[in-house]
Design a protein around this ligand. Structure first.
Ligand SMILES: Nc1nc2c(ncn2[C@@H]2O[C@H](COP(=O)(O)OP(=O)(O)OP(=O)(O)O)[C@@H](O)[C@H]2O)c(=O)[nH]1
Ligand SMILES: [Mg+2]
Ligand SMILES: [Zn+2]
Length: 320
């Protein structure tokens, strides 16, 4: 007999996907199966992503008499991918609602540009960014000044230290309530402490954590793959930390879309002297005025300029 069941992809490994099947009353409902996708997805260049909601087809040969699914997915296949409401290239995830953008006060040195780029990508994709400044005990003043940059822009910000524990409880209760019915991910540079923090909030995960090199002060890419865990009525993902380099290499949206991904520009848009104002250097620009008044953090506007430059070049390649 053939069965059809929907589910969510929680991890992928060399073309094999782990899928948590929804409760739909088929023999394997509620269980995690491992399987491949139909070849047609390869031709369509639309491979399944972690976070995808998919339709799975299987038959009686796919499980034994104890209802244990076949480990390598014999007889089970991903038959359809439901429409995504968003998808990210890095971290590779679909259908994300919430992103914890994690930075360390120190070790590794925070990269505001990387954080701001990640935030813009989230905003463009309607993913709510929440800012986490970790390792605060290493430099409490720096942690506070970073937090101020993002509070000023209107984000929810948590300052915490996994080592000393301050701020962790408040963060844990926020995560647990925010997760209900949603999918969230932790992202940031390698070594900022994403897996360490996830282990504190969800001790049952027992994720591996790594060191930060003393010499380069960079993380060692301990987390190697994106994996979703079910908790508090939702899903949470740990992701591999990126290095600054690999994060710079992909393009995202057009420069015309950039201003709306800076939420502190919202009340300025439409109030500039020129309707085609780029908010980079024009006279009578409402964004630049708000910046001068100290109501936009200088680092945020610098990131805007840097992203604008990248997107401008992208446009000239596209039209060549
Ligand atoms: N000083 C200090 N170190 C911390 C804190 N939290 C985590 N660390 C350390 O930072 C290092 C990196 O932590 P991980 O949790 O592996 O970092 P990650 O962001 O998951 O790194 P990747 O998996 O490589 O992306 C480890 O040595 C942790 O012990 C903290 O609050 N303070
Ligand atoms: Mg990790
Ligand atoms: Zn302007």
């Amino acid at each position: 007999m053939e069965y059809r069941n929907n589910g969510k992809i929680t991890s992928s490994n060399g073309g094999l996907y782990s899928i948590l099947l929804d409760n739909e009353g088929t023999p394997l409902s509620g269980k995690t199966v491992v399987c491949r996708a139909r070849g047609v997805f390869r031709h369509e260049k639309k491979s399944p992503l972690v976070g995808d909601s998919v339709g799975v087809v299987y038959d009686d040969s796919s499980f034994n008499e104890d209802m244990i699914p076949s480990p390598e997915g014999a007889g089970i296949v991903i038959d359809s991918i439901n429409e995504r409401y968003n998808e990210l290239i890095r971290p590779p995830l679909a259908n994300l609602d919430l992103m914890f953008v994690v930075m360390a006060a120190k070790r590794p040195e925070p990269s505001l540009f990387t954080a701001d780029k990640l935030i813009s990508i989230c905003e463009f994709n309607k993913i709510e960014p929440v800012i986490v400044i970790g390792k605060s005990e290493l430099d409490p003043e720096r942690a506070e000044s970073l937090a101020e940059v993002y509070r000023l822009a209107g984000f929810r910000v948590f300052v915490l230290s996994c080592f000393e524990g301050n701020g962790v409880e408040e963060f844990a209760s926020y995560v647990k309530s925010a997760l209900v019915g949603r999918t969230a991910a932790f992202a940031g540079l390698s070594g900022v402490g994403k897996s360490t923090l996830l282990n504190l909030v969800f001790p049952e995960l027992k994720l591996s954590t790594g060191e930060v090199s003393r010499k380069t002060e960079r993380g060692r890419h301990t987390t190697r793959k994106v994996e979703l865990f079910q908790s508090c009525g939702g899903f949470i993902a740990d992701t591999p930390g990126f290095s600054m380099l690999d994060f710079e290499r992909f393009d995202f949206f057009s420069k015309e879309d950039l201003p709306e991904t800076f939420r502190e520009f919202d009340d300025c848009i439409g109030n500039c002297r020129y309707t085609k104002c780029t908010h980079t250097k024009e006279e009578g620009c409402a964004v630049l005025e708000k910046l001068r008044e100290g109501r936009i953090a200088p680092s945020r506007h610098e990131s805007f300029l840097a992203l604008y430059d990248i997107l401008k070049q992208k446009h000239s390649w596209d039209t060549k």
